[in-house]
Design a protein around this ligand. Structure first.
Ligand SMILES: C[S@@+](CC[C@H](N)C(=O)[O-])C[C@H]1O[C@@H](n2cnc3c(N)ncnc32)[C@H](O)[C@@H]1O
Length: 442
C-alpha cells in the first residue's frame, strides 16, 4: 500500500516518523519536514501499533537531501536496498545534525539530562565525501560465487564489484586478491580486513622494541587478511594496528602497535582507534590529575584498545582490571600487554556483570572506570555495581545513544553527574554514532 506522509522528526535506526490516519509510521530514506510517498512494508494490518515503510517518491524535499553517491545502498525503488548506508540520501552536514538531534533527544527523554552534544567528524572524511573509511568489510558469495550483498526484504543477492565505504587501502587489497573476480563457494561469508598504514604520520613508537615486534608478526605476509567462512585464505592472521595519540602533557604523538586477530573485534573506521583512545586518555587525565597510584577498570575491553595506553600512561603507577567476554580478544590483549612488558593488568575473560561480583580486593576500589559496551549498553545491574565501587570518574564509550541514555539515568540515580559529552561520526553515511560521556561522583 502506498501513502503520502509529511515527515515530522528523526526516529531510531536511521528512520524518520510521520503519521497516517493517527498511526505512527517509521520511514526509511526520509528527512524531517519532507512530504513523501511511502510504500508500507508487508504485512501491515489495522491492529499494528505502528507501520514501517520506505520512500518511493519525494514530493517536497528537505534542504539536507542529496542524490545518493552509492545508489545500490539507497531506496529499493531507485534500484538500491543492499543496506549498510541508511543515511546515503543525507548531506554530510545533515548527517551531523541528525546524529546530534538523536543523541540530545535520547539523553533528555531517557537520561533525564539536557545536553548540547558536539558531533565531530574524523579528519579526511569530508574530503572523501563520507566514503572510504571502513577497514573491515563483510560480504556473502552469491549463487555464482561472486561477492554480493542481500537486498532488503528479499532473498536476492546483488553481486557487487566495489564497496565505496571501504578504505582505499582495502580496495587495493581487493584488487590484489582478485576479490571481485569471485570464485567463492556459493553462500560463503567473506571478510576482508586491511589495517590503515600510518607510516607517514610521524609518531614516535612508545616502545620501539614492541613496535618492531608487532610488525614482525608473520613477517613474510602482507598486513591484510582475506577470510572465507572464518578461515584466513590470504594475507596474515595476526594484523598490526597502529594507534597514534598525544599522551596528555606530551608535545608530540606516540604510536602504540597492536597485534589483532583478523577475526576479532577492532574499531572499523580507519581513525576511530586514534580518536577514541585520545579522548579517553584526555578524560582520564582530568579524572586522575595529581594521582600517583591509580586503579582503573576497563570493561568490555575487546583487544585492549584502551587497556594498553591507560596501563602505560594514565599515572606513574597503575594497576588495572580488564574484562572482556571474547576469549580471542583477551588473547590479543594479553599478547600486546606482554609485548610492552605490562604486568599490572588482570585481563579477565568473562561476562562483565558476573565478573564484577567477585573482584579481587586489591582491585575493588577503582579511581576510574572506562566502559565500552556493545549496542545493548551496560544495563542497570552493571551500572549499579560500578557506582557501588565509587570511582571518581566513569568514562562511558557508547555506540548506541539510546542505551547510553538509559544507563545515564541509572548512573545519575546512583550519585554520578554527567560533566562532559562528545560524539564522533565514525560511521558516515549510516545512522550510527559513537558518543563518549564522562560522569563524576557528586
Ligand atoms: C564495542 S566493543 C569494545 C571493545 C574495545 N573497547 C575496543 O574499542 O576495541 C564491545 C566488546 O564487549 C564485548 N562484550 C559484549 N558483551 C559482553 C559481556 N556481557 N561481558 C563481557 N564482554 C562483553 C564484546 O566481545 C566486544 O569486544
Amino acid at each position: 500500500m502506498d501513502v503520502e506522509i509529511t515527515i515530522e522528526r528523526y526516529a531510531d535506526q536511521g528512520r524518520c516518523v510521520g503519521h497516517v490516519d493517527g498511526r505512527v509510521v517509521f520511514v526509511r530514506f526520509a528527512l524531517p519536514g519532507e512530504r513523501v510517498r511511502v510504500t508500507l512494508d508487508e504485512p501491515h494490518d489495522r491492529e499494528d501499533r505502528f507501520w514501517t515503510g520506505e520512500v518511493t517518491e519525494v514530493l517536497d524535499p528537505s534542504p539536507d537531501r542529496v542524490t545518493p553517491v552509492w545508489p545500490l545502498a539507497g531506496p529499493v525503488a531507485d534500484g538500491g536496498g543492499v543496506g549498510g548506508a541508511d543515511l546515503i540520501h543525507v548531506s554530510l552536514p545533515g548527517q551531523l545534525a541528525w546524529k546530534k538531534a538523536v543523541i540530545d533527544d535520547q539523553m533528555k527523554r531517557l537520561g533525564h539530562v539536557d545536553t548540547d552534544v558536539q558531533v565531530v567528524r574524523a579528519p579526511g572524511d569530508e574530503e572523501e565525501g563520507g566514503l572510504h573509511w571502513r577497514t573491515r568489510i563483510e560480504l556473502i558469495a552469491d549463487d555464482e560465487g561472486h561477492p554480493s550483498m542481500r537486498r532488503r526484504g528479499s532473498h536476492t543477492r546483488v553481486p557487487i564489484d566495489d564497496m565505496p565505504l571501504a578504505t582505499r587501502t582495502l580496495l587495493d587489497v581487493a584488487e590484489q586478491t582478485q576479490l571481485w573476480h569471485g570464485g567463492f563457494e556459493p553462500g560463503s561469508q567473506i571478510r576482508v580486513v586491511a589495517p590503515e598504514p600510518r607510516e607517514e604520520a610521524g609518531a614516535t613508537p612508545f616502545d620501539a622494541r614492541a613496535t618492531a615486534d608487532a610488525h614482525r608478526t608473520d613477517a613474510d605476509a602482507p598486513d591484510y587478511a582475506l577470510m572465507v567462512d572464518g578461515r584466513q585464505r590470504d594475507g596474515r592472521r595476526l594484523l598490526t594496528e597502529d594507534v597514534d595519540v598525544t599522551i596528555p602533557g606530551a608535545e608530540s604523538a606516540t604510536r602504540f602497535s597492536y597485534c589483532v586477530d583478523c577475526g576479532g573485534f577492532w574499531q572499523v573506521h580507519r581513525l576511530a582507534p586514534n580518536l577514541l583512545v585520545q579522548h579517553v586518555l584526555d578524560l582520564a587525565a582530568t579524572v586522575l590529575r595529581g594521582t600517583t597510584t591509580a586503579c582503573i577498570w576497563d570493561l568490555f575491553s575487546g583487544s585492549g584498545l584502551f587497556t594498553l595506553p591507560l596501563a602505560l600512561t594514565a599515572a606513574p603507577r597503575v594497576r588495572m582490571l580488564s574484562v572482556e567476554g571474547a576469549p580471542n580478544a583477551v588473547r590479543n590483549a594479553q599478547r600486546n600487554l606482554d609485548r610492552y612488558h605490562v604486568r599490572a593488568v588482570d585481563a579477565l575473560v568473562g561476562d562483565v556483570a558476573r565478573t564484577l561480583r567477585t573482584v579481587p580486593s586489591r582491585l575493588s576500589h577503582p579511581d576510574l572506570v572506562v566502559l565500552d559496551p556493545p549496542r545493548a549498553g551496560a544495563r542497570a545491574d552493571v551500572c549499579r555495581r560500578i557506582a557501588a565501587a565509587a570511582p571518581r570518574g566513569i568514562i562511558y564509550v557508547a555506540c548506541d545513544p539510546t542505551s547510553l541514555a538509559r544507563d545515564t539515568a541509572t548512573l545519575t540515580a546512583a550519585g554520578y553527574r554527567l560533566t562532559d559529552i562528545r560524539a564522533y561520526d565514525i560511521y558516515p553515511m549510516t545512522h550510527h554514532v559513537e558518543t563518549v560521556a564522562l560522569f563524576v561522583k557528586d
